[in-house]
Structure formats: C-alpha cells, structure tokens
Design a protein around this ligand. Sequence first.
Ligand code: C5P
Length: 221
Amino acid sequence: MSNPLIVALDVPSIDEASTLAKHIGDAAGAFKIGMELFYAAGPDAVRSIDAPIFLDLKLHDIPTTVARSMRALAPLRPAMVNVHALGGRAMLEAAVADKPEGTALLAVTILTSLHDAALAEIGLPPAQDAVSLLATLAVDAGCDGVVCAPADLETVRAVAPDDFLIVTPGIRPADHSQDEHARGTTPAEAMKAGATHIVVGRPITRATDPGAAARAILEEL
Ligand code: C5P
C-alpha cells in the first residue's frame, strides 16, 4: 500500500460506504471501516468495497478470544486490523499469531481522546510515557505497527524500527476547519513527523466532491 491516505468510511450503511468509495477511487490507498459500519452491516461491509481495508475494530479481550476473532476475520483478508495495546503482551502475541495471512496487525496506543488527567484517573502515566511503553510493547510482541495521535508521533518514532507502520488520525488539511479537533495536524506535518499512513474522515467524506478532496490531500503530501 504505497498511497499513505486511508479514508475513514464513518457511515452507517453499505450504500453510503460504497458510494463514497466509488467517488474517491484510488485517491485512497485504503478505506477504514470502523465499529459503526461493521456493527451495522457486518462482514458484507468489507466485501462491498473493492479496495484495501483497514478494519478498525480495536479488539481488547482475553488472548484466546482475540485469537479466535482474528481467525474469524481471515476470509475478509483486511489489509490492516487493530487491537488495543492495553490488552497486554499475551493478547498482542495471540493476535499476531492468529492474524489473517497478509494482514498488518496494528496496536492502538492511547486513544486521542484521553488526556493526562483522564489517564491518571485510570491509574496510567501521562500520555507520552504511556505511549512510549505501549509502542515498545507492540514492537516486542511482533505487531506490524501502531495507531497513535499526531502529538505522539515523535515518541513512537523513537522506539519503532524503520519498517514499523505508524498510522495517525486527527488530520486536518491546511485550509480546513478543525471540527472538534483542538489542534489538528496537517497531512504533510504528520508525514514529516514520522507517520507512514494518515487517516482522514470528514474533510473528505463530507466534501461536496469527496474524490477531489482526497486528491487535494494527496497533492499536499
Ligand atoms: O475526524 P475525522 O472524521 O477525520 O476522523 C476519522 C477517524 O479518525 C475516525 O474514524 C476516528 O475514529 C479517528 N479519530 C481519532 N482521533 C481523533 C480524530 C479522529 O482517532 N482526534
């Protein structure tokens, strides 16, 4: 997947998802299907898109359950699938061992919605320390990459091998409103800071011409 742009299909139906995917076409390197669409439409959502899929299900359960879920996903052959690094080493190793053939297993470090005060409330260190610890664990456990916030890219880069995938959401094109993002990072800034892939949703999917919006982001890179 040489095109680093992953477009988030955060819509509740296959119709809406496949219409968007058709408009965007190969301006996207991959499409992200998350819990909203997967819970609403099931595996058919993945089958309906003729492009690489990042299946953003963020699994977090006991190792056996996660391993069996990975095996259940095998027929869908997603390009990427993810689990929470907070599930711990044994869970990560189980996911790596049973992930679908040809699928990259990513570990979510710390959700971008969690700030230091919220982390302290659940007994976790500040984001930078937690991300460093969890990214190191993901590397050790054999994961192919991580998902992290733009603010954590440098922290992850410092502990990741060169071929590690670093996928980051929270991206806003230079000329776009920030939506609810306190400080969105531009596509070019994220890639310069060490991301290998960026996830962009609404700036593309809510544009009047989603294909043109996606191509404009590629040009920004
Ligand atoms: O905000 P946008 O529509 O571009 O979000 C695309 C995807 O990135 C969403 O599916 C969401 O899960 C993820 N995201 C995130 N952290 C943010 C913003 C978005 O994880 N700060």
